[in-house]
Design a protein around this ligand. Sequence first.
Ligand SMILES: O=C[C@H](O)COP(=O)(O)O
Length: 226
Amino acid sequence: MKFFLDTADLNEIEEAASWGALAGVTTNPSLYARVGGKLSDFHNHIKRICDIVDGPVSAESVAMSRDEIVRDGRELAAIAPNVVVKVPTMVEGLAATHTLAAEGIPVNMTLCFTVPQAILAARAGARYISPFVGRFDDISEDGLGQLENVVAAINNYDFTPDTVNGEQVEIIAASIRSANHVTQAALMGADIATVPFGVLKKMVAHPLTDRGLDAFMKDWEKVQNA
Ligand SMILES: O=C[C@H](O)COP(=O)(O)O
């Protein structure tokens, strides 16, 4: 499993990148708004993220028609070679993905919740598909169960390698709210988990690690004073 950071916060991205396990970043309009992002600075902001991260950086189109999404996608892809265009899973999004993929522009289909949506995204040529876990849980549905179904269904078929780098479509477990979501996503074989920085920090920590470290430090103090 690879880890992406689900944020538009440059400080979080720089810090996570320094830990050595950051394979990419995903952003969305809400995450950009959260860091006080302005429309006029959007492309520059994505460029700054691309300069920090050695991996795919998803930047979302907010257009609603296929022509506008394609236009948005081309502009976003021109920002840096590692930009991935994030497109919502809807009819206009599928049509735009089909066009962008044919041009060699990688697409991450987002707001994906079901197996049929995921298969349609893969057929349209998406490089990444992002099933949402937490938002399913929010409506008292089984987010992890849906993710497991998507992973199993996509792996049932040999989707044509994309035109960008010959790699198969990858599943990004998105809307991740806990380290346990990451554990379960890894066990079911999701290719990538995109996690908020707070979850990434929790993934590192364990009370037994803290307790063990504390005991080691106290015993080392005894050694020094012996
Ligand atoms: O845009 C994709 C995010 O992973 C959504 O996460 P969220 O449900 O926590 O906002």
